[in-house]
Design a protein around this ligand. Structure first.
Ligand SMILES: Cc1cc2nc3c(=O)[nH]c(=O)nc-3n(C[C@H](O)[C@H](O)[C@H](O)COP(=O)(O)O)c2cc1C
Length: 321
């Protein structure tokens, strides 16, 4: 490969680092036949007046049509339109055969499907090396709520979910340990470590985690039926059955009036004491945090909670009593 070829390839690679959408620009030739090319060089120019641009290779067979017609339409492609993009990127064939389209408002062919559409009058044409920069004034536009087709590094960007096998490779580090970058691991480990003191406190009182969560739900809302408690604990994986609830009644943590369960004084005392352990632990843990770090940590955790379980009911309100 010559130095010039190598340089050209390096330049092309560098340009490919810029991720873009993909468009099809259309117009008509002198005989009124539809003409179109795939173009990723589309960009916005001006809001007032509304101008857009794209650049057309001078050796394109469609060059005369675009330079003479005085109008063009740009279709931003949807993620599902990769085949159409490839079809309009091949010179010379009947690109419109079997494709749904109609004549647009100013004469350019308008494809039935797209993520967005800009119908333009050609306002300026500039020479730009081996391309012609076409600037159009947008007379009409449309947008559809669909995912766009993306192009990066010389190929279409796949939107498919990552295979679990690939993910497994990222999760387990080179020496077989869990990767330090695995968010799920970090959250789980932080949870287990930060709850150690409260778990030890509960163990001293002979109270299991499912029992404690039941008491804390009743501390926020009493009375509740057994089914209500199970529903509110769904996100924790704990589901107290009637035997566990009756056991809490027998130990006087909970009162039962036949239809529903309510927190008894001993249960409330245990919940408040356990929360106090948690608060004291939090104060020690975050002693060296700046106020900004603490606020940011809480913000990120709230966001993780929101994103990971919008279907989970919000049960954690201010403690009553
Ligand atoms: C993703 C993608 C982006 C493209 N972007 C442009 C572009 O911005 N300008 C251009 O002239 N050609 C671009 N092309 C190449 C043209 O679509 C291709 O040369 C087409 O065959 C020209 O058709 P014609 O010779 O029938 O006019 C692109 C091709 C692909 C696959």
């Amino acid at each position: 490969m010559s130095i010039a070829d190598e340089e050209r390839r390096a330049f092309r690679n560098a340009l490919g680092a810029f991720a873009t959408g993909v468009t099809i620009a259309t117009t008509v030739d002198g005989a009124g036949n539809p003409v179109g090319v795939t173009a990723s060089s589309f960009n916005s120019v001006s809001l007032d007046p509304p101008l857009v641009l794209w650049s057309l290779a001078k050796n394109s067979l469609s060059r005369d049509a675009f330079c003479i017609s005085g109008h063009f339409a740009v279709h931003v492609l949807a993620a599902s339109q990769e085949d159409l993009s490839n079809r309009f990127a091949r010179s010379g064939q009947d690109k419109f055969a079997g494709v749904g389209w109609r004549a647009g408002q100013i004469g350019s062919p308008v494809l039935d499907e797209h993520a967005a559409l800009f119908e333009c009058r050609t306002r300026y044409q500039y020479e730009g090396g081996d391309h012609i920069i076409m600037v159009g004034e947008v007379l009409r536009h449309e947008v559809c709520d669909v995912a766009p087709l993306l192009f990066h590094g010389g190929r279409y960007v796949e939107r498919r979910a990552r295979p679990v096998a690939d993910t497994a490779r990222d999760v387990v580090g080179e020496n077989g340990d869990f990767s330090d970058n695995f968010l799920f691991y970090l959250i789980s480990r932080a949870h287990f470590q930060t709850s150690r003191a409260t778990r030890a406190h509960l163990a001293e009182h002979g109270v299991a985690m499912g029992e404690y969560l039941t008491l804390s739900i009743l501390a926020m809302e009493s009375p509740l039926t057994g089914a209500d408690i199970v529903a509110r604990l769904a996100h924790t994986g704990h589901a107290p059955d009637s035997r566990m609830l009756e056991d809490l009644v027998a130990r006087q943590f909970v009162a039962h009036d036949g239809a529903a369960y309510a927190l008894a004084d001993a249960g409330r005392a245990l919940v408040v004491e356990t929360l106090a352990y948690g608060k004291a632990f939090e104060a020690d843990l975050t002693e060296d945090f700046t106020p900004g770090e603490l606020a940011e940590t809480k913000r990120v955790l709230r966001r993780i909670i929101e994103l990971s379980g919008s279907d989970v009911p919000i049960v954690w309100r201010d403690m009553v009593g």
